[in-house]
Write a protein that binds this ligand. Structure first.
Ligand code: DGY
Length: 328
């Protein structure tokens, strides 16, 4: 961490951010920027909470109730870089009088693109094909080589129909002519559903039974922890694929491994994992599985926009205004 200057609110930024964002943060705050981009330990997080007015954390910073119990607490705002904030115990933060903000909207399109990319990759065996070519194993075109599954016209089942779920539905329905079914305990208004050509189902199970592709777009909450478990994987068609760009612990990863081993589903495409950055070793050996390192929002444009949104939230807070993206 670099040394803070005095006079303005002090801010600890836990990871390296796009340089334009770091420059703006350093202009507005006495910002302690990350030098080596390591994930902060509990002790480092607590040192930040006791020494800085604000913290700009990311998904790799586990701000548990225990971490937030630190004394004396100096930090007043956790301006998260990211839309998901399940790594922050928001009840504990609230109890300690902390404001928590996130960065919604700006990453919706990229995350939806990521989900569609994963769907195409796993259906059309793109990872496997690429490994084949890179290994020098390709001997030339033939009619029966590496046949995948057609995507256009198939049924996409969305678990969660918030901003990202809707953006996926739009791409799938209007781009690939897919039938879109979904479950969300808080469904969008009927006109939005109609515009997406989507059809609400009564529950998660109904979606799983019918979908050729199941894509997860729920937040990680105690209610969605292991939402996709062994029993639910059993409901999916043996020809169906599971796509996860939401949060790893929505899926029971051990149950997923077992389902894939037993060919109870056709494949999976995962951008997020239950114990990131660890990945169940069995998954690494499976050709019908696509694995990405949590890349949903990873474009230059979007990471810049996320940083500027976090900055906007911090500036609003310290000017006494209500931050736009306050979650508690
Ligand atoms: C998000 O914004 O939630 C991304 O997954 C990174 O945290």
């Amino acid at each position: 961490m670099t040394t803070p200057r005095t006079g303005r609110p002090t801010l600890v930024v836990t990871r390296r951010l796009p340089s334009a964002v770091e420059q703006r943060l350093a202009q507005e705050f006495d910002a302690r920027l990350s030098v080596d981009d390591h994930a902060l330990s509990t002790a480092e997080l607590q040192a930040a909470l006791t020494s800085a007015d604000a913290l700009l954390p990311t998904v790799t910073d586990r701000l548990s109730a225990q971490v937030l119990q630190v004394e004396p607490l100096r930090t007043k705002i956790l301006a998260n870089f990211g839309v998901g904030f399940n790594h922050i115990d928001v009840a504990a933060a609230k109890a300690r009088g902390l404001v928590v903000t996130n960065t919604p909207d700006v990453l919706t399109d990229d995350t939806a693109d990521d989900a569609v990319m994963l769907m195409l990759m796993v259906a059309r065996r793109a990872g496997e094909g690429e490994r084949h070519v890179r290994a020098g194993a390709w001997t030339g075109w033939r009619p029966t080589q590496m046949l995948g599954t057609k995507v256009s016209g198939k049924t996409l089942g969305l678990i969660g129909m918030g901003r990202i779920g809707r953006a996926v539905a739009r791409r799938a329905h209007h781009g690939f002519g897919m039938r879109v079914i979904f479950h969300d305990p808080y469904p969008p208004p009927a006109d939005v559903v109609a515009e997406l050509g989507a059809e609400a189902k009564r529950g998660v199970d109904a979606v799983l039974r019918e979908a050729d592709f199941v894509s997860l777009h729920s937040p990680a909450t105690p209610e969605t922890h292991h939402l996709i478990n062994a029993a639910r994987l059993e409901l999916m068609k043996p020809t169906a694929f599971l796509i996860n760009t939401a949060r790893g612990d929505i899926v029971d990863e051990a149950a997923l491994v077992a389902a894939l081993k037993a060919a109870r589903i056709a494949g999976a495409a995962l951008d997020v994992f239950e114990r990131e950055p660890q990945v169940s070793p069995e998954l690494l050996t499976m050709e019908n599985v696509v694995l990405l390192p949590h890349l949903g929002s990873a474009t230059q444009e979007t990471r810049l926009a996320m940083g500027l949104r976090a900055l906007e939230n911090l500036k609003a807070f310290f000017s006494g205004a209500a931050p736009r993206d306050r979650v508690v």
